[in-house]
Design a binder for this molecule. Structure first.
Ligand code: CP
Ligand code: NVA
Length: 306
């Protein structure tokens, strides 16, 4: 049995296999073919943070695969009143066939997985957001940008950045990360990525200069400056991130036909300008839709290995 907690535990071939499976299911869906690979199966979705895309994509995906999804907000279940996560894991995993969790500390997800009898999927933690990267890479494939791929990430060294690091290190492309001073990526995760990069041939560059990161890039991406759980730091962060907006001036430095990706939700005027966002809306909303298709590939793949 396999869990999907970070991309660390997956090989390049496995990551590509999951995305390919998602693409195949997507093609069939567009032809009106519903493949009920998960008939009679249930997915428990535990949310300790808000969500639009993750909830809608997993719930819809499970339905389209012939199964059923349960939306369990921590506000409504006993977990939110202090029932231990390991007890929640032992109960839910006896009744459901798969679990997706969105939570705070990554260790909470790991603890759940340790006690679970069924595959557990990371639906975002403070440290990683790996399902988003499956959708992002699927979008890069569809837009034919995999050749000489150079991704520039501009912004906060957060869960998205850490997942980009894992993806680049595993798949072997160039990733340049520009964060303000004091908002760099986690040193341990970076060290792991450098190590993996030696094997895969990836190039990883970290800088405090957005221009240096974006120059000549084929894909530019960013994320909110204020992640869920950091609301109290909002004012300080907005000051500290000055100069890190992805706007037309910055995008000019990338390749002419560079893509812009954003995991969403996007805050215009902060991490991205309205102009850049709307100019790349097609790519951004392809990326959002691909959450559905990539995660269907993931759920079927995990189910096949139980
Ligand atoms: N990108 C993403 O995970 O969106 P939600 O927070 O809406 O699920
Ligand atoms: N970094 C953001 C991603 C939201 C999908 C957060 O954790 O809130």
């Amino acid at each position: 049995m396999r869990h999907f907690l970070t991309l660390k535990d997956f090989t390049k071939d496995e990551i590509l296999e999951i995305i390919d499976l998602g693409l195949e299911i997507k093609r069939n869906l567009k032809q009106g073919v519903f493949e009920h690979h998960l008939a009679n199966k249930t997915l428990a979705m535990i949310f300790e943070k808000s969500s639009t895309r993750t909830r809608v994509s997993f719930e819809t995906g499970m339905y389209q695969l012939g199964g059923h999804a349960l939306f369990l907000s921590s506000k409504d279940i006993q977990l939110g009143r202090g029932e231990p996560i390991k007890d929640t894991a032992r109960v839910v995993s006896r009744m459901c066939d798969m679990v997706m969790i969105r939570t705070f500390e990554h260790s909470r997800l790991e603890e759940f997985a340790r006690y679970s009898q069924v595959p557990v999927i990371n639906g975002l933690t403070d440290s990683y957001h790996p399902v988003q990267l499956l959708a992002d890479y699927m979008t890069i494939i569809e837009h034919e940008k995999t050749k000489n791929l150079t991704v520039a990430y501009v912004g906060d060294g957060n869960n998205m950045t850490h997942s980009w690091l894992m993806l680049a290190a595993k798949l072997g492309f160039e990733l340049r990360i520009a964060t303000p001073k004091g908002y760099e990526v986690d040193a341990k995760i970076l060290a792991y990525a450098y190590d993996e990069a030696k094997k895969s041939g990836a190039t990883i560059v970290v800088t405090n200069d957005p221009k240096e990161a974006v120059k000549g890039a084929s894909v530019v991406t960013t994320d909110t400056w204020v992640s869920m759980g950091q609301e109290d730091e909002k004012e300080k962060r907005i000051k500290d991130f000055e100069g890190f907006i992805v706007d037309d001036l910055l995008m000019c430095l990338a390749q002419k036909d560079a893509m812009f990706l954003h995991c969403l939700p996007a805050y215009r005027g902060y991490e991205v300008s309205e102009n850049v966002f709307e100019a790349h809306a097609q790519e951004i909303f392809d990326e959002a839709e691909n959450r559905l298709h990539a995660q269907k590939g993931l759920m079927v793949w995990l189910d096949q290995r139980r």
